[in-house]
Design a protein around this ligand. Structure first.
Ligand SMILES: NC(=O)c1ccc[n+]([C@@H]2O[C@H](COP(=O)([O-])OP(=O)(O)OC[C@H]3O[C@@H](n4cnc5c(N)ncnc54)[C@H](OP(=O)(O)O)[C@@H]3O)[C@@H](O)[C@H]2O)c1
Length: 253
């Protein structure tokens, strides 16, 4: 395992949810962190309990390519953690154009722009960590575009690993996590209430992400039981969708 003291990480989504928990872990381990944030006021209102002297930020609305393209760093980069992400849990035919574009831009396409912008600053063996979702492995009503964006994100990360064997690429496939994500994805919180009992704790997951990253793992799946269930589903997905339709329609409307 590599120590993280003085390693420099660029983190997206660090002012909320899992990205916030990961940022705390990195700071606790002595890493230097540059957050890419879109809301300075939110950043100043966010309490980071340890080593705040190691924390810096740059303003970057990831929806705006020009914000990404102006990013510059004085220090080399040892790792990038893309935790920014979102979804709109609603039927395919009800997504607005802006909702679709925002989903694919933040979850997938602008991550690629970000990598291209940061590449000149990378140390020879950078960590690239993508926070993806178990949604990438299953078809459910009302999460088609979110799942598609995460499936695409996984493909991009796995391809990146093949194309750059010197990069340590970790794909984190998580089930529901107890974060503000749900209030935006489905303001009724219907899905969040259904999965409340087994929602992942972001602090626990953040520790596991850092552990997997420093041990140079390629993938992390949590919760494991849901991952194994989805593996069975993939053997004959259309059969399972017919046999247990309720399991595939618990998101959104
Ligand atoms: N929560 C879950 O159940 C769950 C399950 C599986 C996977 N995930 C994935 O986990 C990752 C972290 O999500 P979370 O649960 O921590 O959700 P969250 O609390 O809503 O955090 C999402 C983060 O993304 C940032 N973000 C969104 N749009 C942005 C933009 N245009 N520019 C810059 N930053 C932007 C947000 O910034 P602000 O702080 O400014 O709002 C926020 O910090 C996401 O990729 C999500 O898809 C979540």
């Amino acid at each position: 395992m590599e120590h993280l003291i003085k390693k420099h990480f660029v983190v997206t989504g660090g002012t909320s949810g899992l990205g916030y928990a990961i940022t705390q872990q990195l700071l606790k381990k002595g890493a230097q962190v540059t957050l890419l944030i879109r809301d300075v006021q939110k950043y100043y209102n966010t309490h980071f309990p340890t080593n705040t002297h190691l924390l810096d930020y740059q303003i970057c609305d990831l929806a705006q390519p020009e914000d990404i393209k102006q990013l510059a760093f004085k220090q080399p980069i040892d790792g990038v953690i893309h935790s920014a992400g979102l979804g709109y849990f609603k039927p395919i035919l009800e997504h607005t154009e802006n909702e679709m574009l925002e989903t694919y831009r933040i979850n997938l396409i602008h991550f690629n722009l970000l990598l291209q912008q940061l590449k000149p600053y990378f140390n020879p063996h950078p960590y690239i960590v993508g926070i993806s979702s178990l949604a990438a492995f299953s078809t459910q009503t009302s999460s088609g575009h979110y799942a598609a964006s995460k499936a695409g994100f996984n493909q991009v990360l796995n391809t990146l690993r093949l194309e750059n064997p010197n990069y340590h690429v970790l794909v984190v496939n998580a089930g529901p996590i107890r974060t503000p994500f749900h209030a935006k994805a489905d303001p009724t919180l219907k899905y969040a209430a259904q999965v409340d009992k087994w929602m992942l704790d972001p602090n626990q997951l953040a520790q596991e992400v850092i552990h997997a990253m420093t041990h140079k793992k390629a993938e992390l799946y949590r919760p494991k039981w849901l991952y194994y269930l989805l593996k069975c589903y993939q053997v004959n997905p259309r059969f399972f969708e017919k046999a247990a339709p309720k399991l595939f329609s618990n998101k959104g409307k």
